[in-house]
Design a protein around this ligand. Structure first.
Ligand SMILES: *[C@@H]1O[C@H](CO)[C@@H](O)[C@H](O)[C@H]1NC(C)=O
Length: 399
């Protein structure tokens, strides 16, 4: 492994211990709504409060100024970002390439979700951001609480009974969690589109698994104890300083701030799009989200958080955490995966497909070098991913 990469990763993790919570200033960044407005689109900003007090921001592109279709029927589409990310991931390649704009221009009412803990969803009416309790969640709660809260809010606001959903990476995990844990939500999904679907990690080749898996993937270990319930790689001065300094010494890292997502280099990446993303990334998440993923890599199962035998028995009534049962998902769902994905690669997608008995389609991007992050930043993602998604969504609308 490249020692510089390892040093960067280590600094980021070590930075947790002294993380200056909420040090960044939201007014200094261009938020998703402002970004969309800068391209001439109408926007709205909505807040959804979850049953456990988290205030989630939904950005909305209600219609396209190019179509002037505000009075026509527009089926809502919810787009959900990945780990360390936020709603900007659907915008960073601009109106000609990014999915949010393309969907709006295809006549849809586009809603961009933000999971608890990211820079747009860092409030809780009951818990302070600086309390460890605030960070006591992982993507299980995002899937079982945040996503259904967003779906219900959008359906209520638009008067529709179903919406289309597209998620990237963790945005696919939370979809699978929601629909296996609360299968009645399949009724509210007109179609689902999973980009770089992440459920099984047995074959994950990213160096992150190898570097951190043995340290924190097993419950009860010291690293696990240290890291649980804290903010992971926050968007703050410290982390920015580490990234800046690393950029200074090795420009490769500058271009590779998302290095953990791609072993295979960036042959398809749009460098300008990455620069846009870096303004608001990493976007904040709980350490438990990362730990839970590493547990899946260790266990080779897609199952709930492992708290160790004693606590598992208290919480789940069994020694090991229960599996997520993908066979319960009935919403029409399309998977879009790629060969060069170091986190959620083709063999692990095979396992998902085998378990997801009602899966409608298993599309593999026909470019071998396409990687995990290319679904968000590739120069060729419009033809390879976004146009195919819109074509499929249109088919559910009878178009
Ligand atoms: C690359 O990203 C920039 C910045 O958002 C955007 O203006 C440009 O259209 C993108 N190009 C492609 C081919 O994705």
């Amino acid at each position: 492994m490249n020692p510089i990469v390892y040093a960067l990763l280590f600094s980021l993790v070590a930075g947790l211990a002294v993380a200056e919570k909420s040090e960044y200033c939201l007014t200094e960044i261009v938020n998703s709504a402002e970004r969309m407005e800068s391209h001439g689109y109408p926007t709205e900003t909505h807040q959804v409060v979850t049953e456990d007090g988290y205030v989630l921001t939904l950005f909305r592109l209600p219609y396209s100024h190019k179509l002037n279709n505000q009075n026509e029927k527009r089926t809502p589409v919810l787009l959900q970002h990945g780990l360390f990310s936020n709603s900007d991931c659907w915008l960073s390649s601009g109106p000609d390439n990014s999915l949010a704009y393309l969907l709006a221009d295809a006549g849809y009412d586009v809603w961009l979700g933000n999971a608890r803990g990211n820079i747009y969803s860092r409030e809780n009416n009951l818990i302070s951001l600086n309390s460890h309790k605030f960070w006591h969640f992982d993507w299980h709660e995002i899937g079982t609480i945040d996503i259904p809260a967003m779906i219900d809010y959008i359906l209520e606001a638009t008067g529709h009974s179903k919406l289309h959903y597209a998620g990237h990476s963790q945005g696919t995990t939370v979809y699978l969690v929601l629909l296996s844990e609360r299968p009645e939500y399949s009724e509210k999904i007109k179609s689902g589109h999973l980009l770089a679907p992440c459920a099984f990690f047995e074959h994950g080749t990213s160096f992150v698994f190898k570097a951190l898996g043995p340290l924190v993937g097993t419950p009860g270990g010291i690293w696990n104890q240290l890291l649980v319930d804290t903010e992971l790689i926050p968007h703050n001065n410290l982390v920015n300083r580490v990234v800046d300094n690393s950029c200074h010494y090795a420009s490769a890292i500058c271009d590779n701030a998302f290095i953990m997502f791609a072993n295979g280099g960036y042959v398809n990446a749009n460098a300008s799009s990455m620069k846009v993303l870096i303004e608001t990334h990493p976007a904040g998440s709980s350490s438990n989200q990362g730990i839970h993923y590493l547990q899946l890599w260790e266990s080779k199962e897609f199952r709930q958080y492992d708290w160790g035998t004693k606590k598992n028995n208290e919480i789940y009534g069994q020694d090991l955490p229960p599996d997520y049962d993908l066979s319960l998902i009935t919403a029409p769902t399309h998977s879009y995966s790629s060969n060069n994905d170091a986190l959620c690669g083709p063999k692990d997608v095979d396992t998902m497909v085998k378990n997801f008995v009602h899966l409608k389609e298993d599309y593999r991007v026909p470019v071998q070098s396409f990687n995990h992050l290319d679904f968000i930043i590739a120069r060729n993602m419009k033809e390879l991913v976004n146009d195919p998604i819109i074509k499929r969504i249109n088919s559910y609308e009878g178009r």
